[in-house]
Design a protein around this ligand. Sequence first.
Ligand SMILES: *[C@@H]1O[C@H](CO)[C@@H](O)[C@H](O)[C@H]1NC(C)=O
Ligand SMILES: *[C@@H]1O[C@H](CO)[C@@H](O)[C@H](O)[C@H]1NC(C)=O
Ligand SMILES: [Zn+2]
Length: 988
Amino acid sequence: MAPYQYTVVVLVFSLLQSGVSGFPTNIRNPVCGYESCPATDPSMLNVHLVPHTHDDVGWLKTVDQYYYGDRNDIQHAGVQYILDSVVQELQKDPARRFIYVESAFFYRWWRQQDQATRRVVTQLVNEGRLEFINGGWCMSDEATTHYSAVIDQMTLGLRFLNDTFGACGRPRVAWHIDPFGHAREHASIFAQMGYDGFFFGRLDYQDKSRRMKAKELELLWRASESLSPPMADLFTGILPNGYNPPDGFCWDQSCSDAPIRDDPYLEDFNVDEMVRKFLETAHSQSKIYKTNHIIMTMGSDFQYENANLWYKNMDKLIRYVNGQQAAGSNVNVLYSTPSCYLQELHRANSTWALKTDDFFPYADDAHDFWTGYFTSRPALKRYERQSNSYLQTCNQLEVLGGPRSRSGPYGKGTSDTLRKAMAVAQHHDAVSGTEKQHVAYDYARRLASGWAYCKVLVRNSLAVLTGSDAPRSFCENLNISVCPLTESSKMFTMNVYNPLAHPVSWSVRLPVNGSAYSVADVQGKAVDSEVIPVPKATKALRGHRGWALNELVFQVEAPPLGYTTYSISLLQNAPPPPPPRPKAPLTIQNKFLKVTFDPATGLLSSLSNLETQQSIKLSQNFYWYNASAGNNEDSIQPSGAYIFRPNCSTPFIISKTAKIQSVQNGVVQEVRQMFSPWLSQVVRLYADSRELELEWTVGPVPIEDALGKEVITRLDTDINTSGYFYTDSNGREVLERRRDYRPTWDLKQSEPIAGNYYPINSRAYIKDKESQLTVVTDRSQGGSSIVDGSLEIMLHRRLLYDDVRGVGEPLNETSEAGGPEGLVVRGRLLLSLTPPDTAADSHRPLAQAQVLQPLLSFQEGPAPASARLEFSGLQAALPPAVHLLTVSQWDYDSVLLRLEHQYESRESKAYSQPVTVNLQKLFSTVEVMGVTEMSLGANQWKSEMSRLVWRPSADAAPQPKQPSDPSPWEITLNPMEIRTFLLRVRQS
Ligand SMILES: *[C@@H]1O[C@H](CO)[C@@H](O)[C@H](O)[C@H]1NC(C)=O
Ligand SMILES: *[C@@H]1O[C@H](CO)[C@@H](O)[C@H](O)[C@H]1NC(C)=O
Ligand SMILES: [Zn+2]
């Protein structure tokens, strides 16, 4: 008890102290936000010192190791001590400021504080002395994240801040000081969340130097081509020194700059020298910015563990530098925050350069392109994407199943664990793949634990909805043909839950040991099915995890936001399926597509769309770039977790020919290509599919030759691309890319491959006037078009050197058993060929169906007679343009709903129109009693949202007025718009 009482006494004392000290804080009527900003002097150069810490939500250590300050042998960092120390120091002087960014850490700390500390902190927040900036659970990666997971992680952090501190906890500024390049969709999301401005630290060095000369380090980012301005306009500031303090002024315990020695009786008095140097720094910095305000970030990674060092020296710096004003200095230094700095820029009433492209790729030197992490850790990237699908399903079933889904026949389930694990996984050293190996395992373990809690919830909910609480199993290893129940059962049912708001058609392959099955839909109608042998590559990959000889293949159809049931039973005495044929067919084809192969090589040779009568030459193969080992004459930069640097622009072919096996029947046609013992692919065409599936399996990537390898697949076509290609931004709007070109500066290309790589989150395409070849991916990857007509995608990387950006390990992932064997990764690309003007009509729904995949679950035996075998949570499917982005329980009587227009304004003749949805007639079982619109981050009522308005230096033509809602219940979505609602509901 003693230490506890002591703390209280000290806190009370310091509160009294600040109350009587005469500083202009009004304790009875505290203000936060812009009103709490310190005074500045319009006749001076105002230097805003922003005390801050950059706390990675996992990187070299796990998130909890960072929180506690465990494993300081790896990196000295302990976030709990940072917050302890800063809170103490802030109380000593109301002029002091601090910002805090990562809610994942603040949440951990807050839970552990006593009431007295919480009161002190609340007061600091209410007075604007401690300010939350950004405020998401983490500072998300921008290249490899999907917008739906980014919105969720922001919502989680912002909700915690609002629940804990109310309006004073609402961040005004987005702050992505460390991510390695910046996505346009992130800027659009921040704008729609109500942020007034955005600051970051990293951009291409050539871009930066041009902007410095042109005074364009501060700009207005118009982040959407569809949303009418200023909806997606975001004021964007590039910080002067990354996020570090100016040289010579780092006073953290981890730094070694000189303290301010201001006692003339002691040795080494340095005030004059420090003041001179600071004034010099301030003046030179002001030359590259537009106004008489500049910002200095006083902090860095995990700094302020002993905040006294920083504040004591900054107090002196402010005193002595401002003391020079009497002698004619025009520099005014103050404690500030990013939002206070932003407010001054806004008051300047200037105009700002307009930017409409993005900040990819990021290079910090001529041979240092941060384009490797677009693909690093492909298995983690896939698991993260699947986990998003599972979380959305879990959220939906929590709403549809009502309270019994959280506490039902299978026990207590929750979506919270997976929500937090997903939020942590969005961090810029998580899904990005730039963490140490043990930390990557920790992210995966957190996701797995989240799945386990969701699984209970999903079981409960399906029990409520179906009326059957028989055991239900989920087969998570279907991608390697492992599922104990289907492998052994003679009769089982399969529930297909579809998280999309449109009916879905999905191809299912189940591992089985029988030779023939009858498959019946919910009406008892027979469904075409075929049994085919499990591919050899799959048998090798699954090892001892499963024993299925065959796969049962059929097509399922599931209703919107609901499920249906299929009954499957073994047919006795059927002959075994024919073995695969050892040759490539010349063609495989269905109603929609015709695919030809080159008989000499076994490779793809053409793709035709039979509906539109289009045909392209298409050859596809696999190659590897030899990763630079860092010993080359141009630069010592090796390829690593962040950086892609092939040491030669020509990739090595893995094999010019593929060994072929093929299987063809009325349900599926497969051409199984073996390129090498570590690389194979199945080219798969289902009877009812408009897409061609390329299921690749890469690994263990051999390194016995001591060469690091970056494995790509390349699609070479006769499409006339003239250097152009297209990639999506965080899974949403698509950006035009052009080889060896940047829209906003005159590029000097120094890395012909790596310098042309861009992130692909869900799709990429190449096109000419007639044809568009679109590739939809199953995870984030890097890719490019290095020669005309070609599109390449990096699939896997195995590297032998660290790339000297701090992670300190080569990216050399090994098998799941932890052995020395390289990690094998499997995934798929979906190819479609369409005319360019109708391409979006198919790739939009196709990509959404990859992100929100049906959840399959299995029960032994026949369906119970009383069970409800089909269900839809919607009264009707939503219009094709509308995507149901979020359905999530918010409170016991409220549900968070996000509806999204999934088309861009000019990409579809059919769907790029405003569309109206009636919220009262949305759900079939959930009764909607009331609705209130919120900001995208769900931390503010839409009606109360107001953002600072910024003027671009040159404006585009005014946008047409957009239609308004017909009634409070009927809401209209314009192209690419996302609207967020809190529904008051009655659930059964
Ligand atoms: C800002 O500048 C514009 C155009 O120069 C002017 O019309 C407007 O009055 C100014 N606003 C303020 C608040 O000074
Ligand atoms: C923010 O939190 C307060 C309670 O702190 C609550 O009354 C308010 O409704 C919340 N705002 C939103 C938009 O959820
Ligand atoms: Zn970081």
